[in-house]
Design a protein. Sequence first.
Length: 116
Amino acid sequence: QLQLVESGGGLVQPGGSLRLSCAASGSSLDRYAVAWFRQAPGKEREGVSCTTTRSDITNYADSVKGRFTISRDNAKNMVYLQMNSLKPEDSAVYYCYAGITSRDYWGQGTQVTVSS
């Protein structure tokens, strides 16, 4: 059973940067596509970025293109989200996701707040 634990969230000023980390355990992450989602209060959960098992295909939401970068280190069983030029509208709980065939796994989320 794959388990995911996010870290790295916090309070940052507009224009600042944060790096989210997602640590996987219980299974080798290299078999899973991975993604980051976020959910702001009163809004639906939305996809931020995703990548394939070997990072040969990567996608970003239009709202974060050019500012966020997803990466993975399969040897360390880790997924990362580098977030630069943060805006107040990026404030949300960020969730790590891993999927294979019909099985989905989610982390518990980490809060990101962008405010002056």
